[in-house]
Design a protein around this ligand. Sequence first.
Ligand SMILES: NC(=O)c1ccc[n+]([C@@H]2O[C@H](COP(=O)([O-])OP(=O)(O)OC[C@H]3O[C@@H](n4cnc5c(N)ncnc54)[C@H](O)[C@@H]3O)[C@@H](O)[C@H]2O)c1
Ligand SMILES: O=c1ccn([C@@H]2O[C@H](COP(=O)(O)OP(=O)(O)O[C@H]3O[C@H](CO)[C@@H](O)[C@H](O)[C@H]3O)[C@@H](O)[C@H]2O)c(=O)[nH]1
Length: 328
Amino acid sequence: MAVLVTGGAGYIGSHTVAELLRQGEQVVVIDNLSTGHKKAIVGGTFYQGDIRDRHVLDAIFRKEEIEAVIHFAASSLVGESVLEPLKYYDNNLLGAYTLLRAMIDHGVKKIVCSSTAATYGEPKRIPVQEGDPTEPTNPYGETKLAMEHMFRWCERAYGVRSISLRYFNAAGAHPDGMIGEDHRPESHLIPLILQVALDQRSLIQIFGDDFPTQDGTCMRDYVHVMDLAKAHWLALQHLRKHNRSEVYNLGSDIGFSVREVVEKARLITGHPIPASVSPRREGDPAIIIASSGKARNELLWKPAYTRLETIIESAWNWHKSHPNGYSE
Ligand SMILES: NC(=O)c1ccc[n+]([C@@H]2O[C@H](COP(=O)([O-])OP(=O)(O)OC[C@H]3O[C@@H](n4cnc5c(N)ncnc54)[C@H](O)[C@@H]3O)[C@@H](O)[C@H]2O)c1
Ligand SMILES: O=c1ccn([C@@H]2O[C@H](COP(=O)(O)OP(=O)(O)O[C@H]3O[C@H](CO)[C@@H](O)[C@H](O)[C@H]3O)[C@@H](O)[C@H]2O)c(=O)[nH]1
C-alpha cells in the first residue's frame, strides 16, 4: 500500500517525501508543478496533474493501491490571498473538496493535511493552543480553516479520519543539501534575507515597524522543515494506530521579530544585509507563536532543530550551494 502525497514537488512536500521514503513507505506524488520542481521529488512514483482534475485522481486511485493521503497541494501566500482571494477558494477549497470526494469514492479514509497558523488570525493569547479561537485575517487562513471543517464534517458522514497540522513558519533545508526552498517569486522572509546575503537583492524590506511588539516588527515562530516532515510521518502512524481525527500545532514555541531574524542572519552570513522599513503587508498579524505541547505529547514529536541559528544556517547552506535553486 502506498501513501499519496499531493504537492510532493513543493518545499515541505519534498522534504516529507524524503522522510517517508527513509521510513520505508511506498510513495506516490501528484503535483501540477505550479510552484514545485520535478527535481525536488527524490523518489516514489510521480504523476504530473492537478488535484482539481477528477480524471487524474481517479486514474491514480485505480492504478495505485493508496492507503492514505498527505495533502500539501495549495496556494499559500498571505499577501497574494488578500489580492486574489478567489484563487485561494479555487485551489485550496475546491482542490481539497475534489481530493476528498475522490478519496471517499475510492474507499481511502485517512488524510494528513497542511493547515496553518494563519487559521488563528491575530491570536487572543500567546502561545496559541489548538482550542483557541480561529479568526483568520486573510483569505488564505480562511480557506485552510474551511478545509479543516470540511474534513471534520466528513468524518461523521463518511468515516474519513483527518489530522490537520497547523504549521507555523517553515524554514531551513535538508541536511544532505539535496533539497531546499525554491519559491518563485520568493516572498518568505528567511530566503529573501539570504538572497540579500548572496547579493541577489540589494536589501530586505521590513513590512511595518509599528506593530505592538518589542521592536515594532512582526513576531513569528520558525520551525524547521525536517521537523515538519517528521511530524507528518508521526501523524500518519497516529492515524493508523488510533483512527481518530485531530488538529495539531507545529512550531518551535519561540517567537522572533523580523529585526531579530535579520540580525541573526547578519551574524551567520557575515553580510551586512541592508534593511529598510516599508508599510505593513495587508493581512499580517502582529504576533503568532505556537504551543506545540499537544503534538509533542500525543504524536511524540521531538523537533530536532529548534534554534533559530540552526534553522537559518541550514537554509544558508542550501542557498549558498544552490544560488539559483533547482535551475542549476
Ligand atoms: N511554507 C510555510 O511556511 C507554510 C506554513 C504553513 C502552512 N503551509 C502549507 O504547507 C503546504 C506546502 O507549503 P510549501 O511552502 O511547501 O508550498 P509550495 O508552493 O512549495 O508547495 C505546494 C506544492 O503543491 C503544488 N500544487 C499547488 N496546487 C496544486 C494543485 N491544484 N494540484 C497539484 N499540485 C498543486 C505546487 O506545484 C507545489 O509543488 C501548503 O498547503 C501551505 O499552505 C506552508
Ligand atoms: O520581505 C519580507 C517578507 C516578510 N516579511 C515579514 O516577515 C514575517 C514572515 O513573513 P513570511 O515569511 O512571508 O511568512 P508569513 O506571512 O508569516 O506566512 C508563512 O507562515 C504562515 C504560518 O505562520 C503560513 O501559513 C504561510 O503559508 C507562510 O507563508 C511577516 O511578518 C512578514 O511581514 C518582511 O518583513 N519582509
